[in-house]
Design a protein around this ligand. Structure first.
Ligand code: RM4
Ligand code: MN
Ligand code: MN
Length: 396
């Protein structure tokens, strides 16, 4: 007989899925350098293969986020290859991420570029990305813009905002009825004076201007250290504008640290806001959970398994908050009772229940151990090492 708690955890895990990024398996680095890993994936096939391993062992990562420039070398023509890899490795294409920041023409921005010809090129790339997504049956086209400026007075901020409104709306009109557009924000980097979509308010306004299928994407690493991310999440939920997450942790800014490695209680509080909202409204939330981490030092597949496991734990813990009791305590302003309901749930060791759930699903109770025993890492290391010892120049 399962305990009440175990049953709650089982129910929560049943619907919890998390998408992994193709770029998380590639050799990436910082602007100072890259430490190459012999087992890193260099081709789209290798990325699918590695993502397939993570899904095989965890059972909760059926989709992989793809970056158009890095994963579709021939643009729209690469979709057939992606489809065949998806069949072979048992993971579907997930969100499609246009790349409007790496090519030389984007030096002064994409949709915010003062040169109309560059804005037009960016729009064409967006249309191609939406077409790729449609062909792959991917619902979400996920947008992150590096647009901004480095020196005060050098760009017209209001004019750029207008261009963003206009070009996002035109892009939105290309979406099929079942597709969505997710607008991500980031306070700084690579632009260090102003960033065109710097925070959730800007992303919200632009998503609204774009159209009804546009929502906001919250990357947990894209906030200043003191920001209350769960409040942003609560506000976006109440506005029906929360489209998805890019999960990672940060100590300073966009550090790509492992989810929950610095502040697991914050992730718990984010999940709590979502689950509390779902309880209150009696609605299933429709939020894309994705990981956006690219590890320079940790083994890439291990890092991904570790992150997925942490996400499951924090989600399961959040599911243990007794919403009815919390509601009563909040109404009576019983502060200690209310706060303790969160703290007690957070302190609960959900690992045994998660292991039980995994076993019931036919996946290894301990995916990390299973990965280490599988021999997969040794195999790809010997297959890829020689090539990876040569310098790789692109980001992913
Ligand atoms: C950005 C942002 C985007 C990601 C790029 C590579 O900081 O988080 O989502 O695609 O990095
Ligand atoms: Mn991101
Ligand atoms: Mn980022």
């Amino acid at each position: 007989m399962k305990s009440q708690q175990t049953e709650t955890v089982f129910r929560a895990l049943e619907t919890f899925r998390i998408e992994i990024p193709s770029w998380g398996f590639a050799n990436t680095g910082t602007r100072f350098g890259k430490f190459l890993q012999p087992a890193a994936a260099a081709t789209i096939e290798e990325k699918f293969s590695d993502a397939g391993q993570v899904h095989l062992l965890t059972g909760v990562c059926p989709t992989v986020a793809l970056h158009v420039l890095w994963d579709f070398p021939d643009g729209t023509k690469s979709t057939d290859l992606v489809k065949s890899l998806s069949d072979r490795y048992g993971v579907r294409p997930g969100s499609i991420n246009p790349n409007l920041f790496q090519e030389q023409i984007y030096k002064y921005g994409s949709f915010g570029n003062p040169d109309k010809a560059v804005r037009a090129r960016a729009l064409q790339h967006m249309k191609d990305s939406i077409e790729i997504a449609a062909e792959l049956n991917s619902r979400d086209v996920s947008l992150w813009f590096a647009d901004g400026s480095n020196y005060p007075g050098t760009m017209n901020i209001r004019q750029r905002k207008q261009w963003f409104e206009e070009y996002l709306k035109t892009s939105h009109d290309e979406l099929a009825p079942d597709q969505r557009m997710l607008v991500e924000y980031k306070p700084f980097e690579p632009a260090f004076y102003h960033t065109d979509i710097a925070d959730w308010g800007m992303a919200l306004l632009l998503a609204r201007a774009a159209g009804p299928q546009a929502k906001v994407l919250v990357d947990t690493g894209h906030h200043y250290a003191a920001q209350n991310i769960e409040q942003i999440v609560a506000w976006l939920l109440s506005e029906d504008m929360l489209g998805g997450f890019h999960f990672n942790d940060r100590r300073y800014a966009d550090d790509d640290l492992t989810l929950g490695s610095i502040d697991p209680y914050q992730v718990f509080r984010i999940f709590h806001e979502i689950l509390h909202f779902a309880w209150e409204t009696e609605k299933d939330t429709d939020i894309a959970y994705m990981i956006d981490q690219s590890h320079n030092l940790k083994g890439k597949i291990e890092a991904m398994i570790q992150t997925v496991t942490m996400a499951q734990q924090l989600y399961a813990k959040a599911s243990l908050v007794d919403h009815a009791k919390l509601d009563t305590a909040q109404k009576k302003a019983e502060l200690v009772t209310a706060e303790s309901l969160l703290q007690d749930a957070f302190a609960t060791d959900v690992r045994p229940a998660i292991q039980e759930w995994r076993t019931s699903k036919g996946v290894p109770a301990d995916p990390m151990e299973a990965f280490r025993q599988s021999g997969y890492l040794e195999r790809i290391t010997s297959e890829r090492a020689a090539r990876n010892s040569q310098n790789v120049s692109s980001y992913a």
